[in-house]
Design a protein around this ligand. Structure first.
Ligand SMILES: N[C@@H](CCC(=O)N[C@@H](CS)C(=O)NCC(=O)O)C(=O)O
Length: 180
């Protein structure tokens, strides 16, 4: 949604229903996960990097078309998505009743999250500002981590990254799309 807002692309948010083992069911999305992008006369797209690249392609792309700059942006985007993935995984494991907890796998997701955050904090000066293709996924991941894994106080652990994030939180695209 942030990328759509930055690029002035009008999207309509659809209602999704959760259908047990089928996951989130809306339109033509067998993956059963959100986000998914339904399009008139074309198949539904799923997976946030794919959706972002599609939206970016609709007008003057911010993702470089080739070369190391492209890989740098895709790498940062992947690291941002990895924050979200580790947070989902941590949440899925810890939302179960305590008798079903598996401490080793909880520790794996918790540590994975901490490792990604520390690695990004080490390179905070090169994460870019304002919005770029890579850093928008990092901002989304950081906010999702605050929401679902709040015991990891990344702002306290990484003050420079907190300051970097705060700059984005002042932007209209952020304020218009902040979900928590
Ligand atoms: N790699 C995917 C991950 C999507 C994802 O895991 N979404 C979660 C958000 S809560 C979901 O829909 N989970 C529902 C499920 O797995 O049933 C992306 O970036 O879009």
């Amino acid at each position: 949604m942030i990328l759509a807002r930055i690029k002035n692309i009008a999207l309509t948010e659809g209602d999704v229903t959760k259908d047990g083992a089928n996951g989130y069911v809306a339109g033509d999305n067998p993956v059963g996960k959100i986000p998914a992008l339904t399009r008139d006369g074309a198949p539904t797209l799923m997976d946030s990097p794919v959706i972002c690249e599609y939206l970016d392609s609709l007008s003057a792309p911010i993702l470089p078309s080739s070369g190391e700059q492209r890989w740098a942006q895709l790498r940062l985007h992947a690291l941002g998505d990895a924050i979200s993935d580790a947070t989902y995984n941590y949440r899925y494991e810890t939302v179960r009743e305590p008798a079903l907890h598996w401490p080793d796998i909880i520790a794996r997701h918790d540590q994975g999250l901490r490792n990604i955050l520390a690695a990004l904090a080490d390179e905070v000066d090169s994460l870019g500002a304002p919005w770029e293709f890579g850093n928008l996924a990092i901002i989304c991941g950081l906010d999702y981590c605050s929401y679902r894994a709040s015991h990891i106080d990344w702002r306290a652990a990484h003050p420079a990254m907190a300051k970097w994030h705060a700059g984005f939180a002042q932007t209209k695209a952020y304020k218009d799309t902040y979900a928590y």
